[in-house]
Design a protein around this ligand. Structure first.
Ligand code: ZN
Length: 256
């Protein structure tokens, strides 16, 4: 069993609750699909916990923007403000932060991994198969089928797991997006079918459900978890932070 987490966005309360849930389930293999920082108030704590607990971590577009301003092209004002906040919190001038910058600098936005003994290799990307760092495969992308088809064509594995949109669910090739919800929290893979699978977001869900989300995969079945965490504390930390817009705290309450 492997756990796939993504889009932690410097939300330490959510990440600690996700790891507590994984500990209770006895899951030790954890991969992170990127966007460790951005939006939230605890970039240092989240980076350090990911480094301690995840075997693999990808580069997300917010992580890339922290490393290089040019990658922030197209970011909205709130997102840019949060990148500045993260850069101050992880001040690269300070020697105690150098290991964090070295670690961030090694991350890549796509990687193939073998989830377990005898299982087929799976592809991990932050955003999409053809643009692993930045393209949004939103639930409504099936309205532009050529965009979705181009991504299935670009996928060099049968199974691609991604994050980035903060909307958990899946595209089976040839079908609409299936949203993962409490009533639809399991995908039993059909043999020979191709899938693009969104694991959801730990730190800033946007599907109207404020509970943190992530996915488990055992080689045959993907299962989505939603777990309550102390959203109020996470919101409060953003409101108290010097230089983060309050709206980034408020949106956590709504899960938008
Ligand atoms: Zn994100």
């Amino acid at each position: 069993m492997i756990a796939l987490i993504s889009d932690l966005h410097a939300n330490i309360e959510a990440l600690e609750a996700a790891f507590a849930d994984l500990d209770a389930l006895g899951v030790e293999r954890i991969v992170c699909l990127g966007d460790v920082i951005g939006y939230g108030a605890s970039p240092r704590e989240v980076v350090e916990l990911v480094r301690a607990r995840c075997q693999v971590c990808l580069l997300g577009n917010h992580d890339a923007a922290l490393l290089d301003d040019r990658e922030a092209f197209g970011f909205n004002e709130r997102a840019l403000t949060a990148i500045d906040f993260s850069r101050r919190a992880l001040d690269p001038e300070q020697e105690r932060n150098w290991a964090i910058w070295d670690w961030l600098g090694e991350l890549v936005p796509a990687m193939a991994v073998n989830p377990g003994n005898g299982d087929e290799e799976i592809q991990l990307v932050h955003a999409s198969p053809r643009d692993p760092l930045a393209e949004y495969l939103m639930p409504g992308v099936t309205k532009t089928p050529e965009k979705l088809k181009a991504n299935f064509d670009a996928a060099d594995h049968r199974l691609t797991f991604f994050g980035h949109t903060h909307h958990p669910g899946w595209f089976a090739e040839g079908a609409e997006f299936a949203r993962a919800t409490d009533d639809n929290d399991r995908l039993v893979l059909e043999p020979d079918r191709r899938y693009l699978i969104n694991v959801g977001s730990v730190g800033q869900p946007r599907d109207g459900d404020p509970r943190l989300g992530y996915a488990l995969f055992d080689g045959q079945t993907v299962r989505w978890r939603r777990v309550e965490y102390d959203v109020a504390a996470s919101r409060r930390r953003i409101l108290d932070a010097d230089g983060l817009p309050d709206s980034l705290g408020e949106r956590l309450l709504a899960g938008r």
